[in-house]
Design a protein around this ligand. Structure first.
Ligand code: PAF
Length: 281
């Protein structure tokens, strides 16, 4: 595996074949490695980027304490057979103040955007920069960040970026907790409680399948259940999968998205489902 930190060098080592890029912020876990495995199905050359992107963190968020485990990450990617690791430092990706930014579509102001203003501007901007450095034909993003995936899909469609975006399934621990670098912030007690977010989402999705008219009360009840368990719930919302719009009665492909804080750790998760009466979760 070639580890490249400089953009001009990257251009000279990347092959002329098809490239699949997996953008990450490092602190790699099995969820990232599943993206790498998926990437192998899409191109001869698999490139991973590691860059903790200051632009997507709010002033009071965890940029400084975000876990950075570069040498362990390199070992994991090497073992996973990655061809190129692009790990620019801040000054090579942002040599000057970034005054040109991507404005994400309006649905980015909702859900995560409501609680993390500017987050998707930062994500879309860095992802476009990474695309312009690596020139992939395909890029893979995890569905745990469901709204992020849709923002990137809209960006490439509307800006005619010639890259296919692939969403990869959420990887969970055996107790249901979605893998996330931020899980490392959880105390032992919080880690025991953390799978409740997914359990509550599953229960609510089941209830919506059984009573499709009860979307709002179901989401409210799910949010209250988390509150009673000691979480601070930012949102639990059912949306159309295609564009995250509010579901109408005829919409059957839905996603239930949740974000809540346990102690100082903010976790997000979601579950895709279909409201057809016999739908399984
Ligand atoms: O999902 C992430 O890890 C980040 O938001 C991404 C896509 C690598 C952009 O910094």
């Amino acid at each position: 595996m070639r580890v490249i930190r400089e953009i001009p060098l990257l251009r000279s080592v990347l092959p002329a074949t098809e490239i699949c890029l997996v953008p990450t912020m490092g602190n790699l876990h099995h969820g990232h490695l599943a993206l790498v495995k998926e990437a192998r199905l899409h191109a001869e050359c698999v490139a991973v980027s590691i860059f903790v992107n200051r632009l997507q963190f709010g002033p009071h968020e965890d940029f400084d304490k975000y876990p950075r485990t570069f040498s362990e990450d390199v070992d994991k990617l090497e073992a996973a057979g990655v061809d190129v690791l692009f790990a620019p430092d801040e000054t090579s990706l942002y040599p000057a103040r970034q005054t040109v930014v991507v404005t994400p579509p309006p649905f980015a102001d909702d859900l995560e955007g409501r609680f993390r203003p500017g987050f998707f501007h930062g994500v879309a901007t860095v992802v476009l920069k990474l695309f312009n450095c690596v020139h992939p034909t395909v890029a893979i993003f995890g569905k745990k960040d469901y709204q992020q995936l849709l923002v990137i899909q809209s960006m490439v469609e509307q800006l005619n970026v010639p890259i296919s975006i692939v969403g990869s399934e959420i990887v969970r621990d055996s107790d249901g907790l979605a893998l996330s670098s931020r899980n490392t912030y959880l105390s032992k007690e919080e880690r025991t409680e953390a799978p409740a977010l997914y359990a509550v989402l599953r229960k609510a999705a089941r209830r919506i399948i059984d009573n499709p008219g009860d979307v709002l009360p179901t989401c409210e009840q799910a949010s209250q259940e988390l509150t009673h368990r000691g979480w601070r719930c930012d949102y639990i919302e059912a949306r159309r999968r295609s564009d995250l719009g509010l579901p109408e009665r005829e919409d059957s492909n839905l996603v239930l998205l949740g974000a809540a804080r346990l102690g100082n750790t903010r976790l997000i998760d979601n579950i895709e489902f279909n409201t057809a009466p016999s739908a399984a979760l």
